[in-house]
Each structure stands twice: as structure tokens, then as C-alpha cells.
Design a protein around this ligand. Structure first.
Ligand code: ZN
Length: 233
């Protein structure tokens, strides 16, 4: 079994009626519904206003893959939470950063670069599979139409990924490395761009398939202590 924790800042869906309409159960609720069909996944949700920002040590120690959606409250994530999550990623916990979590403290720390990009609301996207042999692309069509999505454009200031699995093309005139993998410590990381809060992108069956694949790919085969400090021999 793979233990998945969906961590959501849970801000827009509570405060903005139009976004509540899109995701009445929260973005975390919609993501969780997308995993219902998979009997090998044990899924729980956590949100930022819960004790220890939803991620106390016991939860992280019991999580194989952490999924994070954030936008409005990036700066509210405390340094203690960042340290705790990064230590678990370094020891092998998988990490999936969704959409505007590209600019979260955790993702920027993991990348070591600004993670900036260009953006514009109110566009549409064609998501192309750039690496059909990759485990995250199994059962995914060559191109997925996302009728409403926020434009994200290059340059995306990340280090060169291990793999670019998906490329986004936006009608407004931009392209983007929309699905990228990285390794940090023993942890596998997937950044996935679709999922702006104003449209129900996480209910799209092909997007759900990608996230199911990503969870299975990112799950650790073995959980180890984080890499040790320098050791004198
Ligand atoms: Zn957005």
C-alpha cells in the first residue's frame, strides 16, 4: 500500500464563492476523489490551518508521497514546517508540487533557483506528452485539451529536470515545461503545472490518471534516514 497525504493551503475555496462553486470539497477533496478507484492507495488530507500546519512529524513519518497545492499563503508556511518536510523528502518521501506550488518555500528550497515564470489568467492549454515511455505517462493520451487554464510560460527558472514528461502549449502564445521530475536526497519529486483554482482541472480523467501514476512513481521503495552529514573515515 502507498500512503498519500494531500496537503492544501485551503484558502481560495473557503473565501471566494466562485471558487467554492468549482471545488466545494476543497481542492484536496477533488484530488482525493481522483484516487478513489485505486485500491493500493491510502489517502488522507491535511490543510494549513490544522495544528502544526497539518503536517506534524507523525503524519510525515507515515506518508510515502506528499502532494502540495499552494498559492495565496506561501509565506505563511513556517520555516519549521519547511525543514520538517524537506528532511522527509531527503529521506525518501515522494513530493508532488502542483500548479502555483512552484513558488512555495518548499519547492524553491528544493530547486535552489527562483522558480519564476510568466503567467496570465484566462487561457486554454494543450498538454503534450513529451516522454511516453516514462512511468508517469502510462495510459495518458499524446495530447490533453484543458479548455480553461491559467497560462504559465517559459522561462521557468528551475534547474534542468531529470525528465520533462509533459509540455504545455497555451493558446495565448506560450510554452511551458508542465511536468518535470527531480531527485533530491533519496526523494523523487514531480512538478505538475495544471490546476489553476478557477476551473475543475483536477476532475479531468486524464489529469487524474497522471496524478495516480505520479504517486506510484514517487513512492519510495525503501525509506532511509536522511543522508548523513559528512563522515570522517
Ligand atoms: Zn493559478
Amino acid at each position: 500500500m502507498i500512503k498519500v497525504t494531500i496537503w492544501n493551503e485551503y484558502e481560495h475555496e473557503r473565501k471566494i464563492p466562485a471558487i467554492y462553486e468549482v471545488y466545494p470539497e476543497g481542492i484536496h477533496g477533488a484530488l482525493k476523489n481522483g484516487f478513489k478507484t485505486e485500491s493500493d492507495l491510502i489517502v488522507r488530507c491535511a490543510t494549513l490551518d490544522e495544528p502544526e500546519q497539518g503536517l506534524p512529524e507523525e503524519i510525515l513519518a507515515d506518508t510515502d508521497v506528499l502532494i502540495w497545492w499552494s498559492h495565496a499563503r506561501q509565506e505563511d508556511v513556517t520555516d519549521e514546517t519547511v525543514e520538517r518536510v524537506i528532511r522527509h523528502i531527503h529521506s525518501g518521501m515522494g513530493f508532488i508540487a502542483l500548479h502555483s506550488a512552484h513558488y512555495s518555500k518548499i519547492f524553491r528550497r528544493l530547486m535552489g533557483t527562483p522558480c519564476t515564470l510568466s503567467w496570465r489568467h484566462g487561457d486554454s492549454e494543450k498538454l503534450f506528452c513529451a516522454n511516453p515511455a516514462h512511468p508517469i505517462a502510462q495510459g495518458v493520451p499524446a495530447c490533453i485539451d484543458i479548455p480553461e487554464e491559467e497560462l504559465y510560460g517559459e522561462p521557468f527558472s528551475i534547474p534542468n529536470p531529470d525528465d520533462v514528461v509533459f509540455l504545455g502549449w497555451f493558446a495565448g502564445g506560450a510554452v511551458f515545461r508542465s511536468g518535470c521530475t527531480f531527485t533530491r536526497g533519496y526523494g523523487k519529486i514531480f512538478y505538475f503545472q495544471p490546476g489553476h483554482e478557477e476551473a475543475p482541472v483536477y476532475e479531468h480523467p486524464d489529469i487524474r490518471r497522471i496524478l495516480i501514476n505520479a504517486v506510484r512513481w514517487a513512492a519510495p521503495t525503501t525509506r532511509l534516514p536522511a543522508p548523513p552529514d559528512n563522515v570522517a573515515l
